[in-house]
Design a protein around this ligand. Structure first.
Ligand SMILES: *Cc1c(COP(=O)(O)O)cnc(C)c1O
Length: 413
């Protein structure tokens, strides 16, 4: 279970198990799992896909998992016969119980488990525009693993948790340290980079972290197991594009498995205009100047892993993919359409994917009979409030420079 070798995508060379980069170039590393065929395990949540996760054990309480279902109402609106939705959020009526309401839950659990298996118990350092931080905080509140989160001040209102109040209280002050950063996501990243290079701290690795990617790959695995085959199209809103890489990698494994089809799904990735560097790069356009207001700033990423071996461009080229640019207004209308037809609230980011699906239908690039997987990357934020009392995780300090963060952390050690 979860046995693998870590290989550079560029040259196939085997690297030490916890590497984040390759010695010769900028290539991503990829897990080459011993299990050629996936045998779903009788385990909770994504641990069902343990054969293709880079871990040996599980965190049983982290039981969020994607739920694949066939859409009736949205499908009718768009005149599609085989539209499947991968719902990643909180929607217990459909069996979806992601505790922080986004597919970042799929990344956090295997990353934290893998970190535990490393054995040296480092403090994990995460910089995030909100959803990632919330997901990692949740797992840390369950396991008690030490975690430092750097979140832009503006994103603080995303730092809620439905973890039991007792867990949040008894551990919140010790295990999870939230540091608010004056500035944007990039300021949070640059401060995190300084801190994670200190002894005793570990970077989470972003797109380079195989546990993150293979956790998100469970969206494709769940769909293929539910459908008995690989879908023909995959739609997702992207910032870094890591989810797109993950879907492609999972599909490569499913293809090699042999039982789910001998083709790859076309990746249809969607970005919010004008902050759309992947869209611009793919279309060969000059990136527009960054503006700070976005329909959903979790999709903001200035330096996506685009041109590196095994990155977004390779994923698009190998799957015959496409990238869509979506305006705020298109996204707002798509969000309304989805929520009214499927009867669940969604985050703003996945509305961008719904709008891209509408564009693809309108342009005729997909046919009404094709099997389509629409990744709703987050939702149920309103729904979870009906069942749980949400608590805010409050920052312990606000900083504008990395030295303030280091000073604060040294004082705490
Ligand atoms: C992070 C995030 C995305 C984009 O993910 P990528 O890393 O670019 O694949 C999409 N939707 C939501 C809700 C997210 O939190």
């Amino acid at each position: 279970m979860g046995e693998y070798q870590l290989r550079c995508v560029s040259d196939g060379s085997v690297q030490p198990p916890y590497s984040l980069s390759c010695p010769h170039d900028s290539s991503l590393l990829r897990a080459d799992y011993q299990a050629r065929q996936i045998e779903p395990k009788n385990l909770p949540g994504i641990w069902r896909f343990l054969d293709w996760l880079p871990v040996h054990g599980i965190i049983a309480e982290a039981e969020g998992a994607p739920v694949t279902y066939k859409s009736r109402n949205l499908a009718r609106e768009l005149d599609l016969e085989n539209l499947y939705i991968s719902f990643n959020g909180y929607w217990p009526e459909r069996g979806a119980k992601m505790p922080t309401c986004s597919f970042k839950d799929l990344e956090a659990a295997p990353t934290m488990q893998r970190l535990q298996e490393r054995g040296d118990n480092p403090t994990l350092v995460v910089a995030s525009a909100g959803n990632t931080a919330r997901a990692f905080a949740h797992v840390s509140l369950i396991t008690g693993q030490p975690l430092i989160l750097f979140v832009p001040e503006k994103a603080q209102d995303r730092m809620w948790t439905a973890a039991r109040a007792s867990a949040a209280e008894s551990r919140g002050s010790g295990q999870v340290k939230l540091i608010a950063v004056q500035g944007d996501y990039y300021d949070a990243i640059s401060i995190a980079e300084k801190v994670q290079s200190l002894p005793g701290f570990a970077p989470e690795g972003g797109a380079r972290n195989i546990a993150r990617r293979d956790g998100m790959g469970s969206v494709m695995l769940d769909a293929a197991l539910a459908l008995g085959k690989i879908p023909k199209h995959y739609f997702q809103a992207v910032g870094s594009g890591t989810g797109g890489i993950s879907a492609w990698e999972a599909a490569l494994r499913l293809k090699a498995d042999g039982r789910f089809g001998s083709y790859l799904p076309r990746l249809h990735l969607a970005q919010n205009l004008p902050n759309a560097p992947i869209f611009c790069a793919w279309k060969g356009k000059e990136a527009e100047p960054v503006c700070s207001n976005m329909f959903d700033d979790v999709l903001f990423n200035r330096k996506p892993p685009y041109a590196i071996p095994g990155g977004v461009r390779d994923a698009l080229e190998e799957t015959g993919g496409e990238v869509y640019g979506v305006t705020d207004q298109q996204a707002a209308e798509a969000k309304k359409l989805f929520e009214q037809s499927e009867e669940i609230d969604i985050l703003n980011a996945p509305a961008i994917a719904v709008a891209a699906l509408e564009q693809a239908v309108a342009s005729g690039s997909i046919s009404s009979k094709d099997i389509i997987l629409l990744n709703i990357t987050g939702g149920g934020r309103a729904r979870i409030k009906e069942d749980h009392t949400l608590q805010m995780i409050r920052p312990q300090i606000t900083v504008s420079h990395w030295s303030q963060a280091v000073q604060f952390l040294e004082g705490k050690r």
